[in-house]
Write a protein that binds this ligand. Structure first.
Ligand SMILES: [Zn+2]
Length: 250
């Protein structure tokens, strides 16, 4: 009898413990990811998705995927957005907002979502707040990945690409066995114009100008989590989790 009670108690304790652990790890996060090109935001998105099971809502990916689908399958906002893109024009703010608002399935995903590439302006951030409010939802946090400029520059300007098969290399961490030639296909290994230091500096400057108002907006909202990128993606990921927990007061 005594032993049985002990078992019961232990099971009960274990049960509630599992549930707590579950809640800590598996709670639904609705997040926006910010970070300059080269900070490794894509990898962080993958790690966060793996951990939380959240939907990844990357506007870049959404636009790319939509181009290959018949117009009849697309929501009206997306059709309009693609018309702008076909003409080589920038998609206006309100159309991007419409496209995001049409992603109801991802926005209401019970495991949360990761927004990447949106919002880019304070106006879009305000619009996002409105869209979420219509679903009785709100953002939990905005993860802002920071890395010193010199390090971003080193990461991006060190990138090399095989001109034939597209495999990527890096002058510091992943060099081809024979300098200048691809290990995989023997093609010439080149640097993309976009990855040259002078181009990277322009991209970083544009990003900083565009994002600074967004960062202060979310800081005022009290949901900004600044993550200093670590040496490895895992280190950065661990810091993201610490930041999220401390924001939630855990
Ligand atoms: Zn190659």
């Amino acid at each position: 009898m005594q032993a049985e009670l002990g078992h019961l108690l232990r099971d009960k304790l274990k049960d509630s413990c599992d549930r707590n652990a579950d809640r800590a790890v598996r709670r639904a996060y609705r997040l926006v990811l910010l970070g300059a090109p080269g900070v490794g935001k894509g990898t962080q998105a993958e790690l966060l998705m793996e951990r939380f099971g959240a939907c990844h809502l990357s506007t870049g990916d959404i636009f790319r995927a939509a181009r290959n689908r018949p117009a009849a399958e697309l929501a009206p906002g997306m059709v309009t957005a693609l018309e702008f893109m076909r003409r080589g024009e920038l998609v206006p703010d309100d159309i991007v907002v419409r496209v995001v608002s049409e992603c109801t399935e991802q926005l209401t995903c019970p495991h949360g979502f990761l927004l990447d590439g949106f919002p880019r302006t304070v106006a879009q951030a305000e619009a996002l707040k409105g869209i979420l409010a219509r679903h009785a939802l709100r953002l939990d946090a905005v993860l802002d990945y920071e890395l010193p400029r010199e390090q971003i520059l080193r990461r991006i300007s060190g990138r090399r690409l095989c001109s034939r098969c597209g495999i990527s290399y890096h002058v510091e961490s992943r060099r081809p066995k024979v300098s200048g030639f691809c290990d995989n296909c023997g093609g010439t290994v080149i640097q993309r114009d976009d990855d040259r230091p002078e181009a990277v500096l322009v991209r970083l400057e544009t990003y900083a100008c565009q994002t600074a108002p967004l960062i202060s907006y979310y800081r005022k909202e009290g949901i900004l989590v600044t993550v200093e990128c670590g040496e490895t993606p895992e280190e950065t990921f661990a810091r993201s989790l610490v930041g999220l927990r401390s924001l939630a007061g855990e």
